[in-house]
Structures are given as C-alpha cells and as structure tokens.
Design a protein around this ligand. Structure first.
Ligand code: F6R
Length: 365
C-alpha cells in the first residue's frame, strides 16, 4: 500500500523519520544517554585488531560511511570491500577477528558468500539486516536488525538510513568497549543521534525546491557528485541512486580527487552536486568548488546555511539542510540525495519502483 504517495519509493523516503526513530529506540538507552545493544555480542570489540566490512550497492556505501565512524569513534582499523570482490580475493582474515556484513534483504548472493568465507577463516560474523528471517541473518553469529519495515521500491532508501543508524550506534558501542570513548562524548553523540528523526523531517520539507532542481538535472547527460569525509560515500550513493532510476550517467568522486582526472569533464553541461555540510573539511571542499566554478561548472550545493553564506561562489542552486552535528550528517543528507534522484526520474517518466534490469534481491552472483 502506497498510502497517499505515487510510488513506494516516495512513501519509503517519507517514512524515514519514523523508522529511523524506531531503530534508534531499539539501540539507545535514552534515560542514560548511552547505546544499549538489544543483545550482548559473542565477541569483544576490545580484542579486535581490525574490522572487515563487506556488502553490495547501497549497503556497501553504508559500510563506507561506517568506516569513518569506526575509525574515528572506536579507533578500530577497518577494511571494506564489495562482496563480489571480497569473496574471491582470498584475503587472509584473522581467526577470531570480525566480519560485518550489511544487507537489506539478507539474501544477496555475493554478500552471503563472503559471510561464509569469513566463517571458513574462523571469524566472528555480525550482520546488519532488514529481514530477520533471511539466510544472512540465520548464518551470522550475531544479528543487528534495522527496523525499516518492508522495503518495496527497488532503490534502497529507508533501509540505508536505518543501516547508518545501527552502524553509528555500533561504532559508539565499540568505542566504549575499546576504552577510547568517554561517557561525555558518548552522551554528546547520543544527543546528536536523537535529533536525527526531527532533522530528517525538516529535510523532507525541501521537496518543492528539489523538484525544481530535478527539472534541470533531467536535462543533463552526465552528473558528477562530490564529497569529502563521510560525504564522499554519500556522493557515491547519490550517483548510484540517480543512475539506477533515471538512467542518467552519474559518478561520485572524493572531492579531492577532482584534479586527478574528472575535472576534465567539467563544463556548463555537467551539473556538479556537492554534498558538504559545514564540517571540519568544508573549507577543503570549497576549494574544489572553486575549481569547478572556474571551469564554468554548474554547482548544486547540498549543505547548510552557514556553508552557503561562507563559500561566496555562484551556484545553480543550494539545497539547505538544517544545522547539525557533523557526525550524523550522512543520515539526514540521505533525504535530499534520494529525493533528487526520485524527482528527476519521475519528471523523466521513468518507472522508479521497478527500474529496468534491476531486481530487489540479487540472489545470483
Ligand atoms: C540500490 C540498491 C542496491 C542494493 C544491493 C544490496 O538502491 O538497492 O544497490 O543496495 O543490491 O542489496 P541488499 O542490501 O539486499 O544486500
């Protein structure tokens, strides 16, 4: 049932404040301002020397965001790869180490195969899944469910934001277990996390602006997404969302990589979507925006009022997100990224819930 929405994807985008809130209440002890996992884990984060993450598609991008969190919050080295490579690389995995797999469906063939590979190496396995009865959930040593509810649209939206929510909670748990996260910092992170559903609701109110912008984007043959830090995987996710439902060629790049090649593509025909909350690396991203502007590139900034007031460049548009704690930015910024892809595809008359050549659950390799 799509409710009063035209597509499942629209409904699922709009459900995010609610399902992220539900997921949060499953992982956060609000009274004490700390993360409380629903079940004890059968391994100790303090004993791990690294974390291996594997997943496919959007779930892989959630893992890429989580890498920044595990490294900065829990000081835990992370290696991450797409499951279709991880399963064949013959990577040496330490006995009693940890492999984390992320999957909405819990049935993705390559992700399941990398989980089995990790087990064969004597690793603990932890899965973040949306379908608790799935094969991946059943075969993992521990499961952290996302409480997104059934996701029908082929393009993953609410499952992604719920994955990010669980992964940030897990990074906080790991930081405490490893003795590198003070109770004070944990409380500050929890304070930021609990504002997220409200901030997502606020982000959703930018829809009319994004719809207008989608008309411009729909005319492009190529679109570039740029971001730094956790906004880099968000750029990859933005490009994936746009290409899979609108069929416009889109690429996501680390903003700092621009001058190592993709800058050659920049001209007035290529919209450049810059994802940049006013965080610790904002100024660095502004210098990349200057490089784009100097070559006639048309910039769309997905950022906040503070950043917009600071950069001083001509842009095609700014999508203004609420001010927030930079750590939680990816969860909130998922909203405009999804809406831009959605409205571009709808404007072009594409079947957003059933894009060509794609299946919701990829059970063959
Ligand atoms: C993109 C998308 C896919 C999935 C990928 C993994 O919007 O939906 O990239 O994220 O096929 O699927 P799961 O999470 O079910 O393992």
């Amino acid at each position: 049932d799509k409710g009063n929405h035209r597509h499942f994807m629209a409904k699922e985008i709009h459900e995010q404040p609610e399902v992220v809130g539900r997921t949060l209440s499953h992982y956060v002890d609000l009274a004490n301002g700390r993360v409380a996992l629903p079940e004890p884990l059968p391994f100790d984060f303090a004993k791990l020397s690294r974390l291996s993450i594997t997943a496919c598609g959007t779930a892989y991008y959630a893992g890429l965001v989580a890498r920044y969190w595990f490294e900065s919050i829990a000081r835990l080295p992370v290696e991450i790869d797409v499951a279709s490579e991880a399963r064949y690389r013959e990577a040496p995995l330490e006995r009693d180490g940890l492999t984390l797999v992320i999957s909405q469906s819990g049935e993705t063939a390559d992700t399941l195969a990398s989980l089995r590979y990790a087990k064969s190496q004597g690793q603990h396995t932890l899965s973040v899944v949306n379908v608790p009865t799935s094969t991946i959930a059943r075969e993992s040593s521990a499961v952290l469910p996302t409480l997104a509810g059934p996701e029908i649209g082929v393009a993953s939206t609410k499952a992604f934001s719920c994955q990010l929510t669980v992964l940030l909670c897990l990074a906080i748990h790991a930081g405490r277990a490893r003795g590198v996260l003070s109770a004070e910092r944990e409380r500050a992170l929890i304070d930021a996390l609990i504002t997220v559903p409200g901030l997502m609701a606020e982000a959703l109110t930018r829809e009319a602006e994004i719809e207008g912008l989608a008309r411009e984007v729909s005319k492009a043959r190529d679109v570039l997404y740029l971001g730094r830090g956790t906004s880099y995987p968000m750029a990859l996710e933005g490009a994936l969302k746009l290409k899979e439902i609108s069929y416009i060629h889109a690429e996501g790049y680390a903003a700092g990589e621009l001058k190592h090649g993709p800058i050659a593509l920049i001209d007035e025909s290529v919209p450049v979507i810059v994802i940049a909350p006013h965080d610790a690396v904002f100024e660095k991203t502004v210098s990349n925006m200057q490089e784009v502007a100097a070559r006639g590139g048309r910039i769309v900034l997905i950022g906040d009022a503070k950043g917009a007031a600071e950069h001083g460049l001509d842009t095609l548009a700014t999508v203004t997100m609420p001010a927030l704690d930079a750590t939680v930015a990816p969860i909130v910024y998922a909203v405009p990224i999804q809406q831009l892809a959605y409205h571009t595809a709808v404007f072009m008359g594409k079947d957003v819930d059933q894009p060509r050549n794609l299946a919701k659950s990829v059970t063959v390799e």
